[in-house]
Write a protein that binds this ligand. Structure first.
Ligand SMILES: [Zn+2]
Length: 285
């Protein structure tokens, strides 16, 4: 009886194990296919060609959402940062910004230009045309041509949807990291392998996907920004002076280009000088 039961049990156990193994294989194959499929679908659905640059961009956020995203983020900034919208400095930023935005490829955006009263050498643009320049940046450049280079660069970022592109890249990066971890984890059923795969995927995507594209966006904004400032009647040679001046202001804090998301000042100066004849034709018109 015992042996009989034992025999049946052992047989049943082996059969169940086989069924489970079979199911495991099926699940693994489905998981791999799903990861590949969703990644492929996302890539195909979200690659668009930018009408200004002709470059293919991977963007998961619909253009119709840019305005709402930018407005929401700007309202958050206004709650926490010393945003200035009145006074001589704010008027100057607004005047230069509006003049450049009007001749940009997106004069229709709901543009807003503000000053953040902090001793920071920076400026930024949010999706949908919300631009901020920090007080130290505005004070450091008494010449409108140099400040126009800052504004032209930020306006170009907004027109070219670089913010939405960066956000989409971050989303994709997370998905890839997760996908790699899941695929390796499912394939090897090993927690340590999963962690290692996630670590390697993070490094690979940060180094080879994120950084070079951020640099590409910066140089693209320099180029399109120089065209915009020149078309608006600001001397594009101001852009070269801006980066030369920035170099002296930042002296000692330089990061090697390879590790930084921003191109080195020398690199952007050389590129701007290389195309100065083209920018000057817009200026002289
Ligand atoms: Zn930039």
């Amino acid at each position: 009886m015992l042996s009989g039961f034992g025999g049946n049990f052992a047989q049943e156990y082996v059969q169940r194990c086989r069924a489970l193994l079979q199911m495991g294989k099926m699940m693994r194959s489905i998981a791999k296919k799903l990861t590949l499929l969703s990644a492929t679908l996302l890539l195909v659905a979200c690659v668009t060609t930018n009408s200004v640059t002709g470059r293919s961009q991977f963007i998961t956020i619909p253009a119709s959402q840019d305005a709402a995203l930018g407005l929401e983020a700007m309202n958050e900034v206004k709650k926490t940062a010393p945003v200035v919208t009145k006074g001589a400095m704010a008027e100057r930023i607004k005047r230069i910004g509006e003049r450049i935005a009007a001749i940009s490829d997106r004069p229709d955006l709901d543009w807003e230009f503000v000053v953040i009263d902090e001793p920071v050498l920076n400026a930024w643009a949010l999706p949908g045309g919300k631009v901020a320049v920090y007080a130290k940046m505005a004070e450091s450049f008494p010449s409108d041509d140099e400040l126009a280079a800052v504004m032209g660069h930020e306006i170009a970022h907004a027109v070219l949807r670089h913010g939405a592109e960066q956000m989409s890249r971050a989303q994709m990066q997370n998905l890839l990291i997760l996908g790699a971890g899941v695929a390796v984890g499912v394939a090897t059923e090993d927690e340590q392998n999963t962690q290692m795969a996630i670590g390697l995927a993070s490094l690979a995507t940060a180094g080879f996907v994120q950084l070079p594209h951020s640099r590409k966006m910066e140089l693209e904004a320099d180029h399109v920004g120089a065209i915009y400032m020149a078309k608006a009647g600001y001397d594009p040679r101001g852009a070269v002076r801006l980066w030369q001046h920035m170099k002296t202001l930042k002296e000692g804090a330089q990061q090697p280009t390879f590790l930084s998301t921003h191109p080195s000042d020398d690199n952007r100066i050389a590129r701007l000088e290389g195309r100065m004849d083209e920018y000057l034709t817009y200026y002289q018109k």
